[in-house]
Design a protein around this ligand. Structure first.
Ligand SMILES: [Zn+2]
Length: 368
């Protein structure tokens, strides 16, 4: 039996994997809108390949592709994904993640997210019934730990954590909020305390915001936990996009979401900075969400090579640190770019002179 997630976090830094819905939407296997993971049954080879690319890039955790795989979400507004059955989707996702994790030394995590039942005002019992169904599939398949992610209400996240905690597995919980608080106005520092008291072992923020915003939010969570005398591991899984102009709902309110986000994509050098700042803040589960591709994760692994005992990911065979491979380029002026100083100081142009640097987010308070 290898080391579990908490042991690994006690000893060092863990690198997560990237956002499957967005990456697989671009490859043609996920529909934008419902964002559900029926690809685990319809196109398992595509899911396996993405897991493999993240493993090769340095991810220590394969998140089972179970995002939005609660039974109510798979069928809401006529989504046809539900025809496969939520249990079948959750179990298939676990088997794919395990197959690839076993090709390296990775752990697998079952994940659950916010539900339409909660958004519609459903009772705690009705919401937890959906979480229980997913938790049952995860325990049957022998996942290593659980992640409750992408919750904009701390209350619903706590309900998920309560169900996960009953499995006896370690539980991570991440809200998709900024430093101001959840959508009900619970301060971010207080959200962390509530998640800890519900039983979460690893606490942080995922999705919806860029690394800078997520790190500012997790700094608040860290403060809240410290002031409450609670010790928990911290996790960050930000967007692979820059969103300094986002409101409290994050990137979904930005007019470019979801089909014109590309100009905001992080460079690999942005990921170096993210990894360093997260590490310096004390975050030990440094992960990624929508917009992150395997090469972004490789950049995290390369930045933290010393902290990880000099271990580089397999994908670094094709990527010398700081662009060193360019020394083999034909043109001398490109060879001259093979340095950390060059890439750290570059301010990349977008090639879109007619575009503003920021957009004006739309603003709505109701999710239905
Ligand atoms: Zn995401």
């Amino acid at each position: 039996m290898g080391k579990g997630i908490l042991e690994r976090l006690d000893e060092g830094v863990i690198i997560g994997d990237g956002g499957f819905v967005v990456a697989l939407e671009k490859r043609g296997y996920v529909q934008a809108g419902p964002w559900t993971p029926e690809a685990v049954i319809e196109h398992p080879e595509a899911v396996l390949e993405l897991h493999r690319e993240f493993l090769r890039a340095g991810s220590d955790v394969m998140q089972c592709f179970t995002f939005y795989a609660s039974e109510d979400k798979l069928t809401v507004r006529g989504n046809k994904a539900g025809r496969h059955g939520s249990t079948n989707i959750n179990e298939a996702a676990c088997l794919l993640a395990r197959e690839v994790a076993n090709e390296g030394d990775a752990l697998i995590a079952g994940g659950m997210s916010q539900t339409p039942t909660y958004a519609e005002g459903g009772s705690k019992e009705a919401v937890q019934e959906h979480f229980q169904k997913q938790a049952d599939a995860f325990t049957k398949c022998g996942v290593d730990f659980l992640i409750c992610e992408y919750f904009e209400h701390a209350e619903e996240a706590c309900w998920a954590v309560e169900i996960c905690k009953k499995t006896g597995l370690a539980v991570a919980a991440t809200l998709c909020i900024n430093k101001e608080g959840d959508v009900d106005g619970v301060p971010t520092s207080e959200c962390a305390v509530r998640l800890a008291n519900a039983g979460a072992d690893i606490i942080g923020i995922n999705c919806n915001f860029d690394p800078d915003t997520v790190l500012a939010g997790v700094r608040e969570m860290k403060r809240g936990l410290e002031e409450a005398g609670l010790k928990r591991h911290l996790i960050t899984q930000p967007l692979g996009y820059r969103t300094p102009d986002a409101n409290k709902h994050g990137f979904v309110d930005i007019p470019e979401f979801p089909f014109a986000m590309e100009p905001r994509t992080l460079t690999r050098w942005d990921c170096h900075r993210y990894a360093r700042e997260a590490y310096d803040l004390g975050v030990r589960y440094i992960g990624a969400c929508c917009g992150f591709e395997p090469y972004h994760v490789r950049a995290i692994a390369e930045e933290l090579v010393t902290e990880r005992g000099g271990k580089l990911p397999l994908a670094s065979e094709k990527h010398e640190m700081w662009g060193g491979g360019l020394k083999l380029h034909t043109k001398p002026w490109v060879r001259a770019r093979a340095s950390r100083e060059y890439w750290e100081n570059l301010r990349p142009a977008t090639g879109r002179p007619e575009c503003p640097a920021y957009s004006k987010p739309s603003s709505h308070d109701i999710t239905d």
